[in-house]
Design a protein around this ligand. Structure first.
Ligand code: FE2
Length: 196
């Protein structure tokens, strides 16, 4: 399940209710969908079919019209160029909705809200985690060391997912913290850079 790391406050949230409450003022959704009964060899179509109820519910909630499945591995051609597009602080004109079917990654959010402090926090998403990064939210995304993720994406229209870059260098002060399976014992794959 997801972990939220607030590096500047030296704390990590590992409980789903805590994570939901922390994200809510910034407009982010967090849900967990069961993945245990999913065939690891399922095709993209089978995955969309398996989660059709959840997908239809989200379409209703957020006005999304299409869903697809993206598969990224370390062998994906052009992976570095693809990742370079999204690992710098940016916004989109539509929500970025991602359900992680397999693998993992880290969203950094530069959160601004009326009823919560401005802060940068990292959300590591794992299999079973659904998040929605609302339109206009400053964020960036990185993979973990295994460079592998399979996600369902929802769109209002594909063109809305073009990044609009925010040129303030905030993303350069943070590195993804990717926690391993035994993260409760302090097993993490990379450490953060102290903000400067
Ligand atoms: Fe993005």
């Amino acid at each position: 399940m997801a972990r939220v790391t607030i590096a500047d406050e030296n704390r990590t949230l590992k409980n789903a209710d805590d994570i939901r409450a922390f994200l809510a003022p910034y407009g982010l959704w967090y849900e967990q969908w069961p993945v245990d009964d999913l065939d690891p060899d399922a095709t993209d179509e089978q995955i969309l079919d398996h989660f059709s109820t959840e997908i239809e519910r989200l379409k209703e909630r957020g006005g999304f019209v299409t869903a697809d499945v993206i598969n990224v591995t370390a062998d994906t051609p052009g992976l570095s160029a693809m990742l370079d597009k999204f690992n710098k602080e940016h916004t989109h004109s539509e929500d970025e909705v991602r359900f992680t079917v397999a693998g993992r990654g880290v969203f950094h959010i530069h959160g601004m809200a009326d009823n919560a402090p401005e802060r940068v926090f990292a959300i590591q998403v794992d299999a079973g985690d659904l998040i929605n990064v609302p339109r206009g939210t400053q964020h960036w995304f990185e993979l973990c060391e295994d460079r592998s993720i399979r996600c369902i994406r929802l769109f209002e229209e594909m063109s809305g997912w073009t990044p609009e870059y925010v040129e303030n260098g905030v993303h350069e002060r943070y590195q993804p913290v990717c926690w391993g399976p035994s993260y409760l014992e302090g097993d993490r794959y990379s450490s953060r850079i102290e903000p400067v």
